[in-house]
Design a protein. Structure first.
Length: 115
């Protein structure tokens, strides 16, 4: 299983970015995909998840600003990030929990918000 991310970059505070992630390989139909983020010296933290059945979960700090979505029956996940602040600057990692099987990570994409 491989995860390929895109969409990171530099944006001004208050702006928006959209991250995308596509999973390929032996991906089962019932799975969970989402996003974590990690700043240097800190553990990777949960940001948002969405199951293949459409159930979502987001950490409180991004509710109302960030939106997770997926295409029906496709192994991808999108993350629309609005009203970005400097505190959102970090590396974002795509995540896949493959049914009851393994967990997989993308290589990470840098998001930088200039204040």
């Amino acid at each position: 299983v491989q995860l390929v991310e895109s969409g990171g970059g530099l944006v001004q505070a208050g702006g928006s970015l959209r991250l995308s992630c596509t999973a390929s390989g032996n991906v089962v139909s019932v799975n969970t995909m989402g996003w974590y983020r990690q700043t240097p010296g800190n553990p990777r933290e949960f940001v948002a998840l969405m199951t293949s059945l459409g159930h979502t979960n987001l950490t409180d700090s991004v509710k109302g600003r960030f939106f997770i979505s997926r295409e029906h029956r496709k192994n991808n996940v999108f993350f629309t990030m609005d009203s970005l602040t400097h505190e959102d600057t970090t590396v974002y990692f795509c995540y896949l929990r493959n049914g009851k099987g393994g967990e997989y990570w993308g290589p990470g994409t840098q998001v930088t918000v200039s204040s």
